[in-house]
Design a protein around this ligand. Structure first.
Ligand code: SF4
Length: 706
């Protein structure tokens, strides 16, 4: 995909919008970057992070060679020695303690082909499902919500629905900073159509409120009550779509009963009756409603129920499967969706096939030609690291992620890794909080060096292409995994020439046990792409089914046929529950956490760009003037934020965007980029009981001048 002027098409390294880029090497060795006008997801637009991609090619601090710790000292080694060691030690652990004694912790930064090989090796050949992704921290609650409502993890809408909607509701989503190109699209749509109403539902008056007609500053964690109140209102005012409910759904009466039994919605949400009624009537009276939600919904001990409370309201009015309408989970990472699809979450098998379906298991075992296929779900991220801490897991391989910084209760994560007999880390960065805990480190290629596919939030598969040579001995993750698999004795099953071989195998697998379209994820139309077609692959949404020839950008559109047993969507009976850790006299403030506009995760890449650093140069804590005064804090001074789990430091920034007794900290800074400024040290490892997603939005803390 090299054009006459030397531009190569690829995709951005960051968020789940999945913008297409074009890149061209410059004489300086850096990359010139521009938006890809032909990419249907962004039409050439990029945000500040995307524009600065050329500044953030990681050169310094790269992991250049495999290294092993010998007598607590790092020794560089060659690939053969390192791969033999990893294979031998994993094989030995499995032989001695069984398959469930090992685990892989992977990442939404991996490409789909990497994910596929990791999942195949662990679930198919080692025989355990202890593989989970850092995407668990990002959108696992949406996966549960989709599966419970639609019978499958399907995103029913697409980006084009933004222009077609008449009401866009942003719930727990600061789209302006976290998915900027989608936000710009929404802003332009609103300029073109002044009747388009935008509602922001968030405890914080976040940056997306700039274009909002209404901001509902609800109490943290009160989303289920808010949407149950909406369901109640729709019933009370007889504005339900009775025929849609009767013809296309199950369990409506149970969901309505739960909504009717909900507590005092005004009290729980902190919103007055008039404001609630105004929002509810706007929802009821508008034909085309798009509800976009993100981490503010998902990252909660009640995240799955929050998702279903939103979907319930869309089902109650038939606002789904219609252009401009539907619930829309936007993902945080560039390939969180690809991981969901190939099964790199502990609770799914592969390609939306499930452990509890014997036909799925049999079909996959036959396809992979294995006798060792795992038969049950494995440990989700937080449980996996608990098992590591208790000694049940004795060998872990961490790929392209930094759990010591990003998981809750980071001190415990670090100690668990230090105590684990074998920690293998593949990464492109030499020194991270996690590589410091490793026994073996393997140099992986980074963005701009590796090649494969990613899927964005609207189910669009795009190519990431190799733009430049990788430094040292860095290799693709799929290659490293395949080499280890072959050394563990699974030679033929992992004999791939390049990533195109893996993509074809995965596409073929999506057709297993799927003759009558039981599953939505179907890429069989791509199962025979030639190497040349794979190289020149144009972005397209799944499903891609041979006899249809074209992908379908909306789901449940024509026939309203869902993927449940009777093809009807499920309402779910849900009710508000209070956050697991209540405020107390000792810890009277709610800590909320999230992203800033110009940084990404733990800043290993975006931290390299001086122009990105200008936006938010240092860790900060947002607090309103009244709460700051109550805690004797002064603007621009340093504050210490602490609770029973730990403490960290940040600069005080006064902001009337914050409600009383609530504070906000960005997640990016860590103990490599700034001493002890990571909110993860304060966050408990409480999770949603169904999705396993941790609570990052409601942490009781106190604050004091430093
Ligand atoms: Fe990259 Fe997301 Fe920005 Fe698009 S919106 S350029 S994918 S960070």
């Amino acid at each position: 995909m090299l054009n006459d002027e030397g531009w190569v098409k690829s995709t951005c390294a960051y968020c789940g919008v999945g913008c297409g880029i074009e890149a061209r090497p410059m004489i300086t060795g850096k990359l010139d970057i521009r938006g890809d006008k032909d990419h249907p997801s962004n039409h050439g637009k990029l945000c500040t992070k995307g524009i600065a991609l050329g500044d953030t090619v990681i050169e310094d601090g790269r992991l250049l060679m495999p290294k092993m710790k010998v007598d607590k000292q790092w020794q560089e080694t060659d690939w053969d020695t390192a791969l033999d060691q990893v294979a031998q030690q994993f094989s030995k652990t499995v032989a001695e303690f069984g398959p469930d004694s090992v685990a892989f912790y992977v990442s939404g930064q991996l490409l789909t082909e990497d994910y596929y090989v990791a999942n195949k090796l662990l679930k198919g050949f080692i025989g355990t499902s202890n593989i989970d992704s850092n995407s668990r921290l990002c959108m696992a609650s949406s996966v549960v919500g989709h599966k419970r409502a639609f019978g499958m993890d399907t995103v029913p809408v697409c980006y084009d629905d933004i222009e077609l909607a008449e009401l866009v509701i942003l719930v727990g989503s600061n789209l302006a900073w976290c998915h900027p190109v989608l936000y710009q699209r929404l802003r332009v749509a609103k300029q073109a159509n002044p009747n388009l109403v935008v509602v922001v539902i968030d405890p914080r008056r976040n940056e997306s409120c700039e274009i909002a007609d209404l901001h509902l500053a609800l109490n943290p964690g009160a989303d289920v009550a808010l949407f149950n109140g909406l369901l109640h209102y729709l019933s009370k005012t007889q504005q339900l779509d009775a025929s849609f409910i009767a013809d296309h759904t199950n369990h409506f009466s149970e969901a309505l009963e739960a909504a009717l039994q909900e507590g005092d919605v005004s009290y729980i949400t902190g919103l007055d009756e008039q404001t609630l009624a105004g929002f509810y009537e706007t929802f009821a009276k508008t034909d085309k409603v798009l509800t976009i939600y993100s981490q503010g919904v998902n990252q909660s001990t009640q995240g799955s129920d929050k998702v279903n409370s939103i979907i319930n309201c869309h089902l109650a009015m038939g606002k789904i499967g219609v252009p401009g309408c539907g619930p829309f989970s936007v993902t945080g990472q560039p390939n969180a969706m690809g991981g969901r699809e190939v099964g790199a979450l502990a609770n799914t098998l592969v390609a939306h096939m499930e452990f509890d379906n014997p036909k799925d298991r049999e079909a996959v075992a036959t396809f992979w030609q294995t006798q060792r296929l795992a038969s049950k779900p494995g440990l989700k991220a937080v449980d996996m690291f608990d098992a590591l801490a208790s000694g049940k897991i004795k060998a872990i391989w961490i790929m392209a992620t930094n759990p010591v910084v990003s998981l809750p209760n980071s001190a415990k994560i670090k100690q668990a890794l230090l105590d684990c007999p074998l920690v293998v880390v593949s990464d492109c960065i030499a020194d991270t909080a996690t590589t410091r805990c490793a026994d073996i480190v393997l140099p992986a290629q980074g963005w701009s060096e590796k090649s494969g596919t990613v899927t964005n939030s609207e189910r669009r598969i795009s190519r990431q292409r190799r733009l430049m040579a990788s430094p040292g001995l860095a290799k693709p993750d799929w290659w490293i995994l395949s080499q280890v698999a072959q050394r563990m004795g699974f030679k033929e099953a992992f004999d791939y020439r390049h990533e195109g071989d893996i993509f074809r195998e995965y596409a073929q697998l999506t057709g297993l046990n799927n003759d009558s379209g039981q599953r939505d994820l179907n890429l069989t139309g791509l199962a025979n792409v030639s190497d040349e077609e794979y190289q020149s692959f144009q972005p397209r949404q799944w499903p891609v089914i041979e006899d249809q020839g074209v992908s379908q950008n909306r789901r449940f559109f024509e026939d309203k046929r869902f993927f449940t047993a009777n093809h009807r969507a499920n309402f779910l009976a849900v009710q508000h529950s209070a956050p697991k850790n209540p405020l107390s006299k000792a810890f009277p403030l709610v800590l909320n956490s999230g992203r800033t506009r110009d940084q990404w995760h733990t800043m290993t890449r975006t931290g390299l760009s001086s122009r990105l650093a200008e936006h938010t140069p240092e860790p900060y804590v947002l607090i309103n003037a009244k709460t700051a005064a109550a805690f004797s804090l002064h603007p621009d001074a340093l504050a210490c934020i602490r609770n029973q789990h730990g403490s960290c430091f940040a600069r005080v920034v006064l902001s009337e965007s914050m409600s009383d007794n609530e504070i906000f900290m960005p997640i990016h800074w860590n103990d490599v980029t700034a001493a002890n400024s990571k909110p993860c040290v304060l966050i408990a490892s409480d999770t949603d009981p169904v999705s396993g997603q941790p609570e990052f939005k409601y942490t009781p803390v106190t604050i004091a001048p430093f």
